[in-house]
Design a protein around this ligand. Structure first.
Ligand code: ADP
Ligand code: TRP
Length: 326
């Protein structure tokens, strides 16, 4: 999609675990590519993470890790305003204001909330009002487009609904954002062939020790076609992952060797591992540097927060004036 430079793009990522290949291809890389297309705001959604009551030490560590991993993978702070959600407390202030315009039924219909209840979770109020906080994140920066995964589509509809209600009542202040849904990004399979997800314990991390990661690649589930027989690349998890890293001629070449027979899956796994390892090599080096300089990373987030907070407080002034709190 072609975007113009005055367009403001915004997305958020929750600091809930070690980032894996599904996160990279489904969310991180699209965000990093997006920064070429307009003014980008990207934040670490630590207020949202609180809905899961994380261990404080772990949360603190994960916030830093997510920041380091994004920077290592190519997030450019000359192009992107990168910050922590909690460094802009105005966003919770707006959440309250928007809550007073949000019908309870709108939130009760949200799938992500209903799914969690269906799983037997006893929900806290934060989990219930999660979409209002998300609306506030988007609206406070007057974002035009929001790239998200399919699972977040309904939350964007809720955001537009709330913004419309606000504008009807108080005047045209908020911008109705457009979601960019990453439908075209195939679901990255995990080592067991299901969607790669930390909840299925089937992930391959972006960064990790060579020996352990190599082992994970060797564990990728394949069928039991004997070595000498022809194999179907299109139903193979190894091939699906290979396609994410390889160039066109490498893909054609491996496809031919699958079809010809005589090549074992172990061999394909080794080749896949080598490609993966090379692909992330420069990012791994950059990450090693950043790990040695956590204060630099914190400083980057602080600088991003200063810019974000200016934008947010300007919107809050407009909002407060319009609702009668001056
Ligand atoms: P997990 O499923 O491991 O808990 P999250 O739900 O935290 O991952 O995902 C964060 C983002 O990464 C989501 O917006 C989603 O679009 C993307 N993502 C996660 N897993 C995959 C996958 N297997 N394939 C493609 N995208 C994924
Ligand atoms: N809820 C999003 C997720 O779990 C993270 C998020 C929070 C977000 N606020 C946002 C994404 C605002 C886009 C815009 O993936």
């Amino acid at each position: 999609m072609e975007l113009q430079h005055h367009v403001r793009i915004l997305s958020g990522v929750q600091p809930t675990g070690t980032l894996h290949l599904g996160n990279y291809f489904g969310m991180m890389r699209p965000c990093i590519e997006m920064q070429e297309k307009g003014e980008t705001y990207l934040f670490i959604a630590d207020y949202h993470a609180l809905t899961q009551n994380p261990d404080p030490k772990l949360l603190n560590q994960r916030i830093l890790e997510v920041a380091i991993d994004f920077l290592a993978c190519g997030l450019d702070t000359n192009k992107t305003i990168f910050f922590r959600q909690t460094d802009v407390p105005e966003v919770t202030e707006l959440t309250w204001i928007l809550s007073c315009l949000t019908p309870i039924g709108l939130l009760e219909r949200c799938h992500s909330y209903k799914d969690k209840i269906a799983q037997g979770m006893s929900p806290n109020n934060g989990l219930f009002t999660y979409p209002v906080l998300m609306a506030s994140d988007i609206l406070i920066y007057k974002s035009n487009v929001v790239p998200v995964g399919k699972d977040q589509k309904q939350h964007l509809e809720v955001t537009r609904d709330i913004a419309q209600r606000f504008n009807n009542q108080y005047g045209e202040i908020l911008i109705l954002p457009k979601a960019i849904i990453q439908e075209e990004v195939a679901v990255v399979p995990g080592v067991d062939g299901q969607k790669m997800s930390k909840s299925y314990d089937n992930t391959i991390e972006i960064f990790g020790a060579e020996k352990q990661i190599r082992k994970k690649f060797m564990k990728i589930v394949t069928d039991s076609t004997p070595m000498e027989e022809s194999k179907n690349p299109d139903s193979c998890n190894v091939f699906a992952l290979y396609k994410l890293f390889a160039n066109e001629s490498e893909i054609i070449n491996l496809r031919e060797r699958y079809l010809a027979g005589g090549m074992g899956y172990g061999h394909a796994k080794q080749e896949l591992f080598e490609l993966y390892w090379e692909y992330f090599r420069p990012m791994r080096d950059k990450r090693a540097d950043l790990l040695k300089n956590p204060d630099t990373v914190r400083e980057i987030l602080n600088q991003g927060a200063t810019v974000a907070r200016n934008t947010a407080s300007a919107t809050m002034t407009e909002i407060k004036n319009s609702i009668g709190i001056r």
